[in-house]
Design a protein around this ligand. Structure first.
Ligand code: T46
Length: 134
């Protein structure tokens, strides 16, 4: 019943020049990163995502601005606010996700464990229930 996805803190490495945060494969993200993409310039009121994955593990961080991620593993649903460059959401493939409430300045950086493959997406909620409903 518990969600596999979880929020982790990224250590803030700051000095008088400003801040720096590091994400390293197999150190603070639990997979090897093969792909990086970022979502920005999201129009007001937009909700996106609406899928789960078969294999792809991801890590999401708002490097600027904020957004909220809705997670659903059928038994449990939760909303996670990403409002800091030090909050990293480890998003496991079996959690259905939707992103919403993007601030105008939001840059949502995503690290992924696999290259892009449309076949890895489960976009139909009934299929999601069949695959992960148990
Ligand atoms: C996810 C959430 C957090 C590509 O061509 N290559 C890519 O690597 C990606 C990620 C997307 N695309 C194309 C596919 C679509 O034509 O870019 C367009 C927008 O992608 P999509 O509608 O899948 O975007 P979101 O915001 O619904 O979902 C994305 C990721 O696709 C997905 O893996 O978990 O962000």
């Amino acid at each position: 019943p518990v969600l596999n996805s979880r929020l982790i803190d990224i250590q803030e490495l700051g000095d008088e020049r400003g801040m720096l945060a590091v994400i390293e494969s197999n150190i603070n993200v639990p997979f090897e990163t093969k792909r990086i993409f970022y979502i920005y310039g999201t129009a007001e009121g937009v909700r996106r995502g609406f899928h789960a994955h078969h294999k792809t593990r991801q890590a999401l961080v708002c490097v600027s601005g904020k957004c909220t991620v809705f997670l659903d593993n059928i038994e449990r649903k939760t909303d996670i606010l990403l409002d800091s460059p030090t909050k990293l959401l480890i998003l496991e493939p079996n959690d259905w996700h939707e992103m919403y409430d993007f601030s105008a300045d939001c840059v949502l950086l995503v690290l992924a464990s696999h290259l892009y493959d449309p076949e890895d997406y489960i976009r139909d909620y009934n299929q999601f229930r069949e695959v992960y409903g148990g």
